[in-house]
Design a protein around this ligand. Structure first.
Ligand SMILES: Nc1ncnc2c1ncn2[C@@H]1O[C@H](COP(=O)(O)OP(=O)(O)OP(=O)(O)O)[C@@H](O)[C@H]1O
Ligand SMILES: [Mg+2]
Length: 277
């Protein structure tokens, strides 16, 4: 068996007196999509910020390729190939595609004693990288990021991370603000990254999106891993129930029953014109 790319052993994170993560044990393998699920405040962002070197675990350890690692800052994690794509692609609307692709590592060429940004090379490289990912609608590196759709921005950010050698790709709610078509576009790109052997950590609230791409699922409830299972081991209903902590949906069922009891056994009806008038 090959070593997992990333492994967390008994990771705890507290902010002062507030314990946010409890004894997290997780393995993340190359060429696998791990869906990290959980309700608001469950600790998903805290967990990925810990992986990405923003926070240090209070106790516990992280391993990459079987070797203990400790990150003091995000750059340490980035240098090991842990890339995080934030919602909206984390890019600047007034920058061109070519520019934003190379932010921080611009290709330069020399004109006499000066080094200048090599716009042509940057544009060609960026467009080629995104087209290889199947985003054929991006064909001009001079276009502004602000003119791209949300899905295209996400896709561009993922293609960029992969181009620069990401081994672990963390996507924090990449499909949250997208319509059906754009979300499916981003999900396709996620599968493309997986095909290239990247370990993807995909955070989402949408069970449909998780089920479309996930190989492995971990559900966080109040900072602990409440369930850890592989594709096919749980039904959509079970996953939805787990994400809501089991409690919220039970509450909803109780509320429906209460309603029916107080309305002669009739379930709630949508308000029609007749009843509103
Ligand atoms: N720096 C901090 N100091 C104190 N508490 C924090 C800090 N960061 C996060 N928390 C708390 O940790 C808990 C988990 O927060 P986190 O942002 O990780 O949740 P989440 O699962 O990403 O939620 P969401 O789905 O809403 O994004 C919350 O109760 C939050 O208030
Ligand atoms: Mg969050």
């Amino acid at each position: 068996m090959t070593e997992p790319v990333l492994e967390l052993r008994n990771v705890n994170k507290s902010f002062g007196p507030i314990d946010v993560l409890h004894d997290i044990n997780l393995t993340i393998n190359a060429g696998e999509v791990l869906c990290l699920l959980g309700d608001n405040g469950a600790g998903k962002s805290t967990l990925i910020r810990t992986l990405a070197g923003v926070h240090k675990p209070t106790t516990g350890q992280m391993f990459m390729d079987g070797e203990a690692v400790s990150f003091d800052k995000p750059k340490d994690a980035a240098d090991r190939g842990i890339a995080t794509v934030h919602q909206f692609g984390g890019t600047f609307p007034l920058m061109t595609i070519g520019r934003s692709f190379f932010v921080g590592c611009e290709p330069t060429r020399k004109i006499g004693p000066f080094k200048v940004f090599d716009r042509k090379t940057a544009n060609e490289t960026a467009v080629k990288a995104v087209q290889e990912f199947g985003i054929t609608r991006i064909d001009d590196g001079d276009r502004l990021i602000g003119g791209l759709s949300g899905g295209e921005r996400q896709s561009l950010a993922i293609a960029r991370a992969v181009h620069f050698g990401a081994r672990v790709l963390i996507l924090d709610e990449p499909t949250a603000a997208l319509g059906v078509k754009q979300a499916s576009h981003v999900l396709r790109i996620v599968l493309e990254a997986r095909k290239r052997g990247i370990a993807v950590i995909f955070i989402t609230h949408q069970v449909t999106h998780a089920m479309a791409v996930g190989d492995h699922f971990a559900v966080l409830i109040r900072g602990a891993v409440a369930a850890n299972f592989m594709r096919g081991e749980k039904s959509r209903e079970e996953i939805t129930d787990l994400m809501a902590g089991g409690e919220a949906l039970a509450d909803l069922d109780t509320a429906m029953e209460d309603y029916k009891d107080s309305h002669d056994g009739h379930p709630p009806q949508p308000a029609s014109r007749a009843t509103v008038a």
